[in-house]
Ligand binder design. Structure first.
Ligand SMILES: Cc1cc2nc3c(=O)[nH]c(=O)nc-3n(C[C@H](O)[C@H](O)[C@H](O)COP(=O)(O)OP(=O)(O)OC[C@H]3O[C@@H](n4cnc5c(N)ncnc54)[C@H](O)[C@@H]3O)c2cc1C
Length: 467
């Protein structure tokens, strides 16, 4: 099977219709030959890493490392520039799924970390006055299928008896008021909680621009084809690119879905999965009850569609997986974001009329539809930390359809490891995100096992916005 690389001529997402001046930037006409640190990938993870690597924590550290970012296409043209725009910690559904797979402690640590990320993003936006349409919203996970609703209610009843700090933010709505509260037709059960929506490209380009101002050399349109198998005698890794070789003491792969293109040992652990999103504009006024909402049909892989509202009254809708889930070649290990997922295209504009109360018969105009490539993590958790047996190589990738409430503090934690040499346990990143040879071995072993052994839990809800 071909290894994943960013493809040319990607579909144009709504988020990339107002381009930043650094979109195709090259800080220097030639590539630098030797750097202290090279980051591969200029998405949310790459930009955040650059920011934190340059941030002065100690006033005595006057010498800043030389840092270059190598990006295959335009800046923020990967998953970050083509996602659903939700900054939405998962306070219940994923918490419950992870609790069943990995135990309560791990589940709570991830949910709390996601809340901390949401707060960190909101604080950064406020501090730096970032114009990225960050909106505080009430979001919902809404279940319309009777049997699923009954299962999830049972799970809720179990979870509320456990010590789960993030559940305090979640409100349960039963059959009597789920539709009224969410505006989702035939909603049987819903869970509402606070979240945000955001223009992800504008957020990340602001962060990237700050890093460039602070001295980072940004090189867009520079795909890396290969990372050397080992460092040379001076301890430098050689990165072969379309424009020559760059050598670096430390290399961070912020390559998300495309990670195994450069590090084949991650092929089982992080694989590309294509998703699709659109923006629709109602032709006449129509009410949405919530700022964002996911509508679930059945589990696993249960999301029908999810939407986020824009300040102009339009909706960004993603998902539609029910239209193409069984045609695996359309999404599984598919890294072609230059073409659409055709079955989803007619489904999107019809969806509000079908799913949202008061939208029946309302005409909506499909403004734009696009695809994007998620980095699915086989064991659901991102991979953060040093790459095993490759001193000086690091990874910050595998964010599923759920990177917005994860990336910032993963990058901050990893930057601390790289700058200060601190152990993973002192980064504040959940333990289950730590990458390593043992974790990769476990994943490969599990992948090789019969599928029947995988999702054993009675109620298993795989939840990702991109699905
Ligand atoms: C359709 C879709 C909907 C989603 N919806 C949401 C949502 O609503 N909320 C949410 O939280 N998350 C969502 N996600 C997931 C979220 O967008 C990602 O988890 C997050 O953006 C990951 O950021 P990143 O920087 O790791 O990856 P990316 O943004 O993909 O950045 C990786 C970069 O690395 C570059 N790169 C890769 N390989 C190479 C190479 N060999 N050489 C040079 N450069 C390379 C790529 O070109 C890319 O720019 C969605 C994703 C998709 C695709």
């Amino acid at each position: 099977m071909a290894r994943p690389y960013p493809v040319p001529n990607a579909t144009i997402p709504y988020w990339r219709t107002e381009l930043h001046e650094l979109d195709s930037h090259r800080s220097t006409p030639e590539l630098p030959q030797k750097q202290d640190i090279v980051i591969i990938g200029a998405g949310f993870a790459g930009a955040a890493l650059a920011k934190y690597l340059l941030e002065d924590d100690s006033p005595s550290s006057s010498v800043k490392p030389s840092i270059t970012i190598l990006e295959a296409r335009e800046a923020c043209s990967g998953a970050t520039g083509r996602n659903g725009g939700h900054l939405r910690p998962d306070l219940f559904v994923s918490l419950a799924a992870r609790m069943q797979e990995a135990g309560l402690k791990a589940a709570n640590s991830v949910a709390l970390f996601e809340v901390a990320n949401e707060k960190a993003v909101a604080a950064l936006v406020a501090e730096e006055n970032i114009a990225c349409d960050l909106q505080q919203v009430t979001t919902a996970d809404t279940f319309v299928d009777q049997a699923e609703a009954a299962k999830i209610k049972k799970l809720w009843d179990v979870m509320v008896r456990l010590d789960c700090p993030t559940l305090k933010e979640v409100m349960y709505h039963g059959p009597e008021d789920a539709e009224r509260v969410t505006g989702v037709k035939d909603a049987k059960v819903a869970f509402t909680y606070p979240a945000h929506t955001v223009w992800p490209y504008k957020l990340v380009m602001h962060i990237l621009a700050g890093a460039v101002r602070a001295g980072v050399n940004l090189q867009t349109h520079t795909p890396v084809y290969e990372v050397s198998g080992a460092p040379d005698g001076e301890g430098y890794w050689a990165l072969s690119t379309s424009r020559g070789v760059v050598r670096a003491k430390k290399v961070v792969l912020a390559t998300n879905a495309y990670t195994s293109g450069l590090l084949p040992e991650y092929d089982d652990a992080i694989y590309p999965a294509r998703g699709t999103v659109c923006r629709v504009v109602p032709k006449t006024q129509a009410e949405v009850k919530l700022g964002s909402c996911a509508v679930e049909i059945q589990s696993p892989a249960s999301v029908d569609c999810y939407y986020g509202t824009r300040p102009d009254g339009s909706l960004v809708i993603g998902g539609a997986k029910t239209t193409f889930n069984d045609r695996r070649n359309l999404w599984y290990r598919n890294y072609d974001d230059s073409t659409l997922i055709e079955p989803a295209v007619p489904y999107f504009p019809a969806w509000p009329g079908k799913a949202l109360a008061g939208w029946e018969g309302k005409e909506v105009q499909m403004d734009r539809v696009w695809t994007g490539i998620m980095g699915y993590s086989a064991d659901e958790a991102p991979h953060v930390g040093p790459v095993s047996s490759k001193p000086g190589l690091y990874i910050c990738a595998g964010f599923n359809g759920h990177g917005m409430p994860n990336v910032l503090l993963c990058a901050k934690g990893l930057a601390k490891m790289i700058k200060e040499g601190c152990p993973f346990s002192q980064t504040g990143v959940p333990a289950c995100y730590e990458t390593g040879a043992e974790r990769l071995r476990k994943i490969s072993k599990r992948n090789a096992a019969p599928a029947i052994n995988r999702a054993r839990a009675d109620i298993f809800l795989k939840h990702s916005y991109g699905s």
